[in-house]
Ligand binder design. Structure first.
Ligand code: SF4
Ligand code: SF4
Length: 217
């Protein structure tokens, strides 16, 4: 399990370096290629792009660490920011404007993906991380749709779960729910496939498996 954690950190650092390099040389089209590969992979493997590649998610780790150290609390999120209508309006406006600017030959002073990352970091310093992952990030919204048919997903083996809640406390997308039966359930379309829950589970009952398999079968 630890090896997966370190592998993920290496992956995030490599892709963050690539992202910053592409910003530096002004060639963000290549990052769009990375994103398209992430969307394609998500159809079968879930949102690995979010948990293993996205520079915003990578930057969230040190920001959260500093917030914890400085005891900076998050503001309450206004209901309007948690709306599905707003979420999909952002997707339409964001990708619609990208296409329109391309068609009109308009060159923005900054690439869209960089703008989104800067906005994401700003929100992250003020609100809980899940707000951006689940509602505001247009890339995440696309991935939550494309990953729906995914054959692989994070699952909790409810027979083994002791209900300690550690997984919920580390989940950056706030996507693990306690059911009335006190069992844990992961809402897979919002799951970033980051494996953070698996890293902290004291009884190793969270698995990344094919749909339909019983965990640990
Ligand atoms: S459920 Fe687990 S893998 Fe999915 S986002 Fe939450 S912590 Fe990460
Ligand atoms: S960390 Fe593991 S044992 Fe604890 S509530 Fe989550 S799934 Fe259950």
């Amino acid at each position: 399990m630890k090896s997966k954690k370190y592998l993920r950190i290496v992956s995030q650092l490599v892709f963050l370096t690539l992202f910053l390099f592409l910003v530096y040389i002004g060639n963000m089209q290549l990052w769009i290629v990375v994103f398209i590969i992430g969307v394609t992979a998500s159809i079968g493997l879930g949102r690995l792009y979010c948990g293993w590649i996205c520079p915003m998610d990578t930057l969230a780790r040190p920001i959260n660490w500093f917030k914890d150290k400085l005891s900076v609390g998050a503001l309450d999120v206004p209901d309007i920011l948690r709306s599905k209508k707003l979420r999909y309006s952002i997707v339409l406006i964001f990708f619609g404007s990208m296409v329109m600017f391309k068609f009109l030959g308009v060159q923005l002073p900054f690439p869209n993906v960089l703008i989104i990352t800067v906005i994401g970091v700003a929100f992250l310093t003020v609100f809980d991380e899940e707000l951006f992952h689940k509602y505001l990030c247009p890339y995440g919204s696309i991935l939550s749709l494309s990953s729906r048919p995914s054959r692989y997903m994070m699952k909790v083996d409810t027979d083994e779960c002791i209900g300690c809640g550690r997984c919920q406390s580390v989940c950056p997308a706030d996507t693990i729910e306690t059911l009335d039966s006190e069992e844990m359930q992961i809402h897979t379309k919002e799951c970033l496939t980051c494996f953070s829950c698996q890293d902290v589970c004291p009884v190793d009952c969270i698995v990344y498996e094919k749909k339909g398999l019983t965990p640990h079968s």
